[in-house]
Design a protein around this ligand. Structure first.
Ligand code: ADP
Length: 877
């Protein structure tokens, strides 16, 4: 029974199975260890709880046990009810008679796991040290290699296994070996780790040696690293830093590294920095960063630095002023970057000296001001527009033309300031110039403030360095000129109208190219209907009458030589052959040097004027003459009228006497009658001439036979002629009935009677002959009449005068002969009224022949007759 108690208390597992492995007994330790109740396992095979991986092995051991009946040891794994694995070491034996197996087991799970762990750690450590390219090895005190990694073994060209147990000092060159041994001994003695570097066959090594104490023995753990690469990199780094410094020093930019707090020092500066600031590197390192900043800007820079450090975003690129060592102010363009410098945060600044540019900016600003001032002095509005039609610049004149302030113009399109109809036009031209770059120059109207102006706008495109397009424009207000031109045109119009009305021809001659301009009237004066394509001085001279040419040439020559004005009159022959008087006046057109460049003149047809002038002279002469004659006439008339009057009164008185014979009475009566006739004649003549002069005489044309009138006159004058002891003869040029004439019959009779009367009066002996002949036949037949006498004749110098009125009174020596001196004047007027002519052919003392012509079919135009008379006078001039 005690034994049972022991089995119950045992910590070892105790169980009995049958030969099939079915549990027949288990102690509490067994069930505790695997987490089952005894009931769950009893009568069931133990194989159920064996680890599946160990089943085969366990089965083999179990069969072995049954056959051999020996006590055997083995271990296998079981699965705990919670699934975990248990390692159990068994001692079992079989009892064949009982067909039973007895077994005790011990839980070895913990030690088994530790064992695994250790093995695994070692493997991992080995893997680790073999991974490394560094040499790792452990030496025993005498230098035998206890542990080594593959890298170390490779170094000697052997495997790790072969290396173990060898003495490391033997493997090294002797010199190295001795040296190292010494070092190792020192470590062992001093119990301090060491590090040393050495160079072998071009490689650099760094070796760390640590003393390690195990079980009272001292071992040396060594770690050697090939630092060749690091060495090279370090070298390169030094070189590269050197390079950077050189680079930084050659840069044309000031570079500095300062502490994040500007109040602390300057860590690095380059050469250019020295140049800008005037401080040497050594001096710089004594400064605080803010010392360099211009006092005006220190607060700003410091504040930014503080905010930057606090993580706020502050400008890291700006322009600022610095103060150099010599207290000079300079402008720099500074860029700030936060960097790591030798393990701490620092500020890297790069700065470019922009002092000159700043000065240039100031100059530019000055220049801009200057340009603005100059532009403002320009009277013409000038403006610059951007690509969107907005005014970017303009001068005062421009603001004025729109009557706007500068701040209402700059930045605006001004489209609102002009009427809609003009706006579109402005914008369109602007666009075109901006797009094409073709300058635009045009005259247009601009209405601002309700006033419309005529302007000439010039627009050009300008493209700046950045490619922005601008429109540069200028406006020239030509309203005044425009109005002047309109006024000029008006006045020119008036002038040409005046020239036309005055029938004045204008011409000019360019002395340089001999080109000439004339008005139509000019050419018309010379008889041309249209303006001639060509006109020269020679052509002009061709028209001048030959008699006037010399004078004209002289006048012109003098005017040209003395560069003076000219003014002359001359006669020209028009293209239709008519002679006209012209007046030519003109002057030289001079250039600014006073040199004549052109001639400009006018000509005027002054014929009417001239002729009326001639007429006037003649009229004046006539008036003077007639005045003189009238005085004489009055004197004579008193005689002429008084003589018959005296006779009438005298003999009438005698008639009243009582003792008068009949014969005497008859004689007195006949004298009275004759005197009455004479007075009547005188009064008739005076009446006639008065009528003629007053233009009251009319012409009455009728057809009559000349021969009949010849006969009629013969009957009238025959007695009177024969009474004076002379013969009256006549000559008919045509046969009776052929001699028809169309003219004023009464005047015809008066003309012929008067001439015959004169012939009788101024002839004492001989014949008086009269007659006619037809001198031109056809449409206009012309008859020539003659009255011939053998009387006293007329001296040559008086032959013209006798046809003037009152001329008889002028002749002293013929005072004896009665007559008012009006007869021939009346006769001449009558003949001319009938389109005829009268002239005399006479020799003093031999007789006179008066001829006159009369056309048949005369016109009744009295005025024409007068004109013809004037014209004939002129042609005699
Ligand atoms: P009067 O009444 O004096 O005759 P007339 O006009 O008829 O005036 O003549 C003008 C002058 O002409 C006369 O005074 C005379 O001297 C001159 N005369 C006219 N007819 C003749 C003539 N047949 N013979 C000479 N002298 C003449």
């Amino acid at each position: 029974m005690n034994a049972n108690k022991l089995i119950e208390l045992s910590q070892d597992l105790i169980c009995i199975t049958d030969d099939k492995g079915v549990f027949t007994f288990l102690n509490p330790a067994y069930t505790d260890m695997l987490g089952y109740d005894a009931k769950e396992l009893i009568n069931k095979p133990f194989f159920n709880i064996v680890h599946p991986d160990d089943l085969e092995k366990t089965n083999k051991e179990f069969e072995n046990l049954l056959i051999s009946e020996k006590t055997i040891n083995f271990n296998n794994r079981y699965i705990h009810k919670n699934g975990s694995v248990k390692y159990i070491e068994w001692k079992a034996t079989s009892v064949s008679c009982e067909k039973s197996v007895y077994a005790t087991g011990r839980d070895i799970t913990e030690s088994k796991l530790r064992e695994f762990e250790n093995t695994e750690l070692e493997v991992r450590l080995n893997a680790l040290i073999n991974c490394s390219t560094d040499f790792m090895f452990l030496l025993e005190q005498d230098g035998n290699i206890k542990i080594a990694n593959e890298a170390f073994a490779n170094n000697f060209g052997v495997s790790v296994n072969k290396l173990i147990g060898l003495n490391v000092y033997d493997l090294l060159p002797k010199k190295d070996g001795v040296r190292r041994k010494k070092a190792a001994d020192k470590i062992i003695k001093e119990r301090k780790p060491i590090v040393y570097s050495d160079e072998r066959s071009g490689h650099f090594y760094e070796t760390h040696i640590f003393p390690s104490y195990t079980n009272g023995n001292v071992e040396l753990a060594m770690f050697t690293r090939d630092i060749t690469e690091r060495k090279l990199i370090e070298g390169a780094l030094i070189a590269s830093e050197e390079k950077f410094r050189n680079l930084a020093d050659t840069a044309q930019v000031a570079i500095s590294i300062v502490t994040t707090n500007y109040e602390k020092g300057i860590l690095y500066v380059n050469k250019y920095w020295e140049k800008i600031t005037g401080y040497t590197k050594q001096e710089s390192f004594q400064l605080q960063a803010l010392d360099i900043v211009h006092p005006d800007q220190r607060a700003m820079v410091n504040e930014r630095a503080t905010r930057r450090l606090a993580g706020e975003t502050v400008p890291d690129h700006y322009e600022m002023k610095i103060l150099t060592k010599s207290n000079q102010t300079k402008w720099v363009d500074i860029t700030i970057t936060l960097i790591d410098y030798e393990g701490t945060r620092a500020i890297l600044t790069t700065a470019i000296d922009i002092t000159e540019r700043k000065h240039a900016d100031v100059n530019l600003r000055d220049e801009k001001e200057q340009i603005k001032t100059i532009l403002n002095l320009v009277n013409d509005p000038i403006f610059v527009k951007d690509d969107n039609h907005r005014i970017t610049m303009a001068n005062k004149a421009f603001f004025d033309i729109f009557n706007l302030d500068e701040n209402k113009v700059i930045g605006y399109t001004l489209a609102e300031q002009v009427p809609e109809n003009e706006r579109e036009h402005f914008l369109t031209t602007d666009r075109k110039v901006l797009d094409t770059g073709i300058p635009d120059l045009r005259e247009e109207t601009l209405t601002s403030d309700g006033i419309t102006k005529t302007i000439v706008t010039s627009k050009t495109r300008f493209i700046d360095e950045s490619g922005n397009k601008f429109l540069v424009g200028s406006i020239h207000d030509i309203t005044v000129q425009k109005n002047a031109i309109v006024a000029l045109a008006k006045s020119e119009n008036r002038l040409s109208l005046a020239l036309e009305t005055g029938h004045i021809g204008a011409w000019d001659l360019n002395l340089q190219d001999q080109s000439s301009h004339r008005t139509l009237i000019h050419d018309q004066i010379f008889g041309y209907k249209t303006l001639q394509s060509k006109w020269t001085f020679e052509m002009f001279m061709e028209h001048v009458l030959p008699e006037d040419r010399t004078d004209v040439e002289k006048t012109f020559k003098k005017a040209l030589e003395t560069i003076s004005d000219w003014n002359f009159e001359c006669r020209i022959k028009r293209i239709d052959g008519k002679m006209r008087w012209i007046k030519s006046t003109g002057k030289h057109i001079l250039n600014s040097d006073g040199k004549p460049i052109a001639l400009s003149g006018i000509i005027q047809d002054i014929s009417e004027h001239k002729w009326s002038e001639v007429e006037l002279v003649r009229a004046k002469k006539r008036a003077e003459e007639s005045d003189r004659l009238k005085s004489a006439f009055v004197a004579n008339m008193s005689h002429e009228i008084r003589t018959p009057m005296n006779s009438i009164l005298g003999f009438s008185g005698l008639l009243s006497g009582s003792n008068l014979t009949i014969a005497k009475k008859d004689k007195y009566l006949s004298i009275i009658m004759k005197s009455g006739d004479r007075m009547l004649n005188i009064i008739d003549d005076i009446m006639d001439i008065s009528k003629i002069e007053a233009g009251l005489v009319t012409v009455e044309i009728e057809e009559f036979d000349i021969n009949e009138q010849i006969d009629y006159l013969y009957n009238i004058f025959k007695q009177e002629v024969e009474a004076k002891g002379m013969n009256l003869l006549f000559k008919k040029g045509l046969l009776n009935k052929e001699a028809k004439i169309n003219t004023d019959k009464d005047k015809f009779i008066a003309i012929l009677s008067n001439l015959i009367k004169n012939a009788i009066k101024y002839t004492e002996e001989g014949n008086i002959e009269y007659g006619y002949e037809l001198i031109s036949n056809g449409e206009d037949s012309i008859f020539k009449f003659v009255v011939k006498d053998t009387g006293i004749g007329i001296s040559e110098d008086r032959q013209d005068a006798i046809f003037e009125r009152f001329v008889q009174a002028d002749i002293q020596d013929v005072m004896a002969r009665e007559g008012a001196g009006l007869g021939l004047a009346i006769t001449k007027a009558h003949i001319e009224m009938l389109n005829g002519d009268i002239w005399v052919d006479s020799k003093e003392g031999e007789g006179s022949a008066f001829y006159f012509t009369l056309p048949s079919k005369v016109s009744v135009d009295v005025n024409q007759a007068i004109r013809n008379s004037v014209a004939s006078d002129k042609s005699n001039n």
